[in-house]
Design a protein around this ligand. Structure first.
Ligand SMILES: [Cu+2]
Length: 227
């Protein structure tokens, strides 16, 4: 009961985010995203996530995030994704979430696939949209034109992004989760409505937004040579 109610709240939040992204997804916060520049990683916290397949996508990868104050250096390298189609990618975090990737036990409607909302109790809401350019806030959760498209089924992503202090701490403390979305369930080479509508935006196919790979960012400084 308790979980169900919480889940509904989370779902409502996700819907708000997605509609805000669709309607308000114009120019906006470009000044914010312009920063960039080389930030030395000395003194930063290095974190790393091994990305495992969700929904039997077969996609795998590695993501690293170096936290330097309120700046993060993000890399995502993933393979075996649907080729040539946009893959929404996010850093998820929620104080109330489990800081995990979802499992079959999160398939609350027992339809044998995990949609984005079913994953929320595990990974929390979107905090950073890993777009190629422009806004990186949750407003860009479904900014399909600005996400990597996996030519040759692969993504190689690198970006320096400004974030809030709370999120920076959460990432450094191993509580944030990297999720890559977009999965071709029926292997026809594109996103279609074979698995129904997206739980985030009914105008999009579920295939475009269901999670394909997921990993929890954990501190990796300890495993690196001392500087
Ligand atoms: Cu996501």
């Amino acid at each position: 009961m308790h979980l169900t109610r919480k889940k509904k709240q989370l779902a409502a939040g996700a819907l708000l985010l997605s509609s805000a992204g669709l309607i308000g997804g114009t120019a906006g916060l470009s000044a914010h995203a312009a920063g960039g520049g080389a930030t030395p990683s000395l003194g930063g916290t290095d974190t790393k996530a091994t990305l495992h397949s969700l929904n039997n996508s077969g996609a795998t990868g590695i993501s690293t995030v170096t936290v330097n104050g309120r700046k993060i250096d993000v890399s995502v390298d993933a393979k075996r994704l649907l080729k040539g189609m946009p893959h929404a990618m996010h850093i998820h975090f929620g104080a109330q979430a489990r800081h995990e990737c979802p499992t079959v036990r999160d398939d609350s409607n027992a339809d044998h696939r995990l949609n984005t909302v079913e994953g929320l109790p595990a990974y929390g809401p979107v905090k950073v949209s890993l777009t190629k350019h422009g806004d990186t806030s949750p407003k860009s959760t479904l900014a399909v034109n600005r996400f990597p498209t996996a030519p040759e089924h692969q993504i190689h992503y690198d970006r320096n992004i400004g974030i809030g202090k709370k999120l920076a701490h959460a990432i450094a403390n191993g509580k944030a989760v990297v999720v890559i979305h977009g999965i071709d369930y029926n292997h026809n080479g594109k996103y279609d409505f074979s698995a129904g509508k997206s739980d985030l935006d009914p105008s999009l196919p579920a295939e475009a937004t269901d999670p394909a790979a997921c990993g929890v960012l954990h501190e990796s400084n300890g495993s690196l040579p001392t500087q």
